[in-house]
Design a protein around this ligand. Sequence first.
Ligand code: NDP
Length: 383
Amino acid sequence: MNHRISRRGVIGLGVGAAAISAAGRTQMRSDGAGFAVVGLGKLAQGQIIPGFRNCRNARLTALVSGHADKANRIAAEQKLPPGSVYNYDNFDRIASDPRIDVVYIVLPNFMHAEYTVRALKAGKHVLCEKPMASTIADAEAMVAAAKAANRKLMIAYRCHYEPLNLEAMRRVRSGSLGKPRLVITKMVRQSDLSDPSDAWRLDMRESGGGALVDMGIYGINGARYLLNEEPLEVRATARTDRSDPRFKTVEDLVAWEFRFPSGAIAQGSSSFDAADEMAFEVVGQHKRLVADPGCFYSGNHLCLWQGGNRAEIPIHEIDQFAREMDWMANVVRGGAPMVSPGEEGLQDMRLMHAILESVGRGGATIDTNWGYRRAVDPAAAVA
Ligand code: NDP
């Protein structure tokens, strides 16, 4: 890790004396897992914290933030007891807070590694947002730290637990489309430099790669889980208007093509200057599956096309964040397999790096056949 964040104010008193456990290390309670959410930005406030309402086994027990007023307001709204709010300076005191089993990292990408490693050293399990880090070295350090601490590290790939994506995986696995030939993924949106949530995403050092790592990662991970295999090679190209102030350090439109061992090809694209879209399509020999949109928080649609006939596949919509947090709670309780471990995030980091390497080398073909195999197929593991 090559950064330290600046101090962003001192808040709260950290853990209250009543909560300090002599045991120090996490003891899992029978009533589920307690989560500390780190970084109270758009995703944490918009999806994650409200998502706990729909959880069965995950409970919000602490907040970590650089802004005392915001954190204390949210803690009060969530009826958290005194001593549930930490800041980035006293974060390590979570080690002696038995209410926290899992630390959910919802910070800008460049901060994921530092807080993941600190949480693991504090004896906690970690659920970390995608992309898992801003550099491969950081991602490797996170995987190593989880092993050293003998704690779980899960990457928050919500689509691994989401009914539409699981249904698509199962239909591809069943052979009902015929042999899958082509996967097409389009993960694009507009970005706004004046929005603080986008400003760091448009900074290479803080995001690690702009739209590719923010949006494109859904298509890269998606092609892999849809086909249930790993790409042999990739080539890519980019179109970036460097006079646009948003794209001083990151690429805008990136398009890539992966070749898989089965012969299938996956074409993907990502952009921060295009109409919002998170769609994928699997073209088999006889039928094709179209998910458009396929990866939004809600309102997704899955259709099966054969010739000119289109059949909508009904999907039961869920709170994707609640499902994912419950899964993590079950993993740490020993009741569910780890589906999206750190290694899975690291594979995407390496593939995104290969894409950018190809872009930098004028579209050269980059070997990605380094032997990674997914340990658990979400289609088989997640009901
Ligand atoms: P935001 O910028 O909205 O929030 C990040 C928060 O991190 C800030 O509000 C702030 O919280 C804290 N922070 C601490 N230091 C800094 C710093 N130096 N600069 C900026 N923020 C800082 O980001 P998002 O919530 O949109 O994204 C957070 C993570 O979640 C990213 O990794 C992103 O890729 C991922 N994400 C995943 C999604 C999914 O569907 N799985 C969707 C959206 C995002 P505080 O003031 O409390 O300290």
